[in-house]
Design a binder for this molecule. Structure first.
Ligand code: NAD
Length: 477
């Protein structure tokens, strides 16, 4: 049985109720988490405020950095254990779970080094007055985390918030929270004081909502669906609480006729099958210049046919989806596509060892997808790549920007001037030229344009979002 972690103590929820933890590889329950409610959130927020108002604010930036570095080392020592926990909880192939644990180490390391480098400014003002700005923490930050990359999203969000001097209350997803409970225990062992990091598990509409509404939360970092993002904004608006939203995407891979296909093909495939397509920055749309279209679809089709899907522990190309409802969501998109006459040109295969009760979905390559069909407009959040062709650069830009999202884009071309033109014209938070990072890059600011959200996490930029600015004017004559 898994417990909440509040004030550096493992505690049962006030409700006394639990939720089962399901293994996506076989659909079977194997553990329980606390089904908490608003009372548990209140305990966590109070603990965080006691910490913030007490020992935490007295720490220097360098001391905060040392604590984060100690946590980075602790996570590195326990990386195999954490990867194994998250592998079973999320159904991740071993290589992905190992990469996620390594990213968590790196997030804490990066933010450890960043703590004492967040500077303010001095501003020329009236004669006899000196003006300076300080970046101050919000206080207690709330973090609502989804199930697709619990460790990575915890690292980028909580790592940045702690580095900036906040104390944190975290609501992981009810579908995947075990690794984060363990990380909070490790943080206590690494020396984080009681209340600095608190974990409260349960349903979004119960604990997530209570967190978003709690008057003691001074900033909310939400990563998840656009629909819930709207609810978070509405709750935060009631009390003018600042919010960072990391929502979904429908990110294009834009391939021009002069692209290096040998370099592009494996990256394009990985960007849609990584984590079974359950990645906000998955490269889920493929836009190909007309003259290359037939050749590239042919080569991708061959590669898709070779993809194998199976239990997480088999470490194949693709693991299971997170839960049955996610599987049904993907089937619904595929049924709609089929009804609209969209051609499935290739798909992978589920291995015989995969239990019937697991939540498996083969990778699917769809060709000639009309750009206004929902499979080209909405997040499938499964391994489904929608391909379409474009006639020229203007057409490529128009298609790339023709969804409500704007998270990441990939551009494949050898033409240097076009690389910069495309980077300027595509409306997304990140643009990769001749490479692609689906979720990668601890150092790289990450976040959306349009309905993909606002605010930035990752990199040094995140520290501006996790702080607020104070201007101090000293009249000295
Ligand atoms: P979700 O929005 O359903 O859940 C995200 C989190 O919000 C979970 O912890 C959930 O418990 C909580 N939640 C649900 N209802 C809530 C409510 N009423 N009030 C407060 N909290 C609530 O999303 P999901 O299914 O967990 O994740 C998939 C979605 O997240 C996709 O749309 C994906 O693109 C997006 N996502 C975005 C990023 C990013 O960085 N942009 C990263 C990962 C996932």
């Amino acid at each position: 049985m898994q417990l909440n972690f509040i004030d550096n103590q493992s505690t049962t929820s006030a409700t006394g109720r639990t939720l089962p933890v399901i293994d996506p590889s076989d659909g079977q329950p194997y553990d329980d988490i606390q089904r908490s409610d608003a009372r548990d959130i209140d305990s966590a927020v109070q603990a965080a405020h006691r910490c913030f108002d007490g020992s935490w604010q007295r720490l220097s930036a360098a001391e905060r950095g040392r604590l984060l570095m100690a946590l980075s080392r602790k996570v590195a020592e326990h990386a195999d254990e954490l990867a194994a926990i998250e592998q079973r909880d999320c159904g991740k192939p071993t290589k992905q779970a190992v990469a996620d644990a390594a990213a968590l180490v790196r997030y804490f390391e990066f933010y450890a080094g960043a703590c004492d480098k967040l500077h303010g400014h001095t501003i020329p003002y009236q004669s006899g007055t000196s003006v300076l700005t300080w970046r101050e923490p919000h206080g207690v930050t709330g973090h609502i985390v989804p199930w697709n990359y619990p460790m990575q999203i915890f690292g980028r969000s909580v790592g940045g918030a702690l580095a900036a001097g906040n104390c944190c209350v975290v609501k992981p997803s009810e579908d995947a929270c075990l690794s984060l409970i363990r990380v909070a225990e490790l943080a206590a062992e690494a020396g984080f004081p009681p209340g600095a990091i608190n974990i409260v598990t349960g349903y979004g509409h119960e604990v997530g909502d209570a967190l978003a509404r709690h008057a003691g939360i001074d900033h909310i970092s939400f990563t998840g669906s656009p629909t819930v993002g709207t609810l978070i904004q509405q709750a935060a608006a009631e009390r003018h609480c600042p919010v960072t939203l990391e929502l979904g995407g429908k990110s294009p891979q834009i391939v021009f006729a002069d692209a290096d296909l040998d370099a592009a093909i494996p990256v394009i495939i990985n960007a849609i099958v990584q984590n079974a397509g359950q990645t906000c920055s998955a490269g889920s749309r493929l836009l190909v210049e007309q003259s290359l279209y037939g050749e590239l679809i042919g080569r991708l089709a061959q590669a898709f046919e070779a993809l194998r899907v199976g239990p997480a522990a088999m470490d194949l190309d693709v693991g299971p989806l997170i839960r049955q409802s996610q599987q049904e969501r993907v089937w619904e998109f595929l049924n709609d596509a089929q009804a609209a006459g969209i051609a499935t040109v290739a798909q992978g295969r589920i291995v015989d060892e995969a239990p019937e009760s697991g939540f498996y979905q083969v990778p699917v390559l769809l060709a000639d997808v009309p750009q206004n069909h929902r499979v080209a407009q909405d997040e499938v959040f499964g391994p489904v790549l929608s391909a379409m062709s474009f006639s020229d650069e203007d057409h490529a830009v128009a298609l790339a920007n023709a969804t409500r999202f704007g998270l990441v884009a990939g551009v494949w071309t050898r033409d240097g001037a076009r690389q910069f033109r495309m980077a300027r014209r595509v409306r997304s938070g990140q643009v990769f030229i001749n490479n692609y990072g689906a979720g990668g890059g601890v150092e790289l600011p990450f976040g959306g344009f349009k309905s993909s959200g606002y605010g930035r996490e990752k990199g040094f930029e995140a520290l501006y979002g996790f702080t607020t600015l104070k201007t101090v004017a000293v009249r000295h004559g």
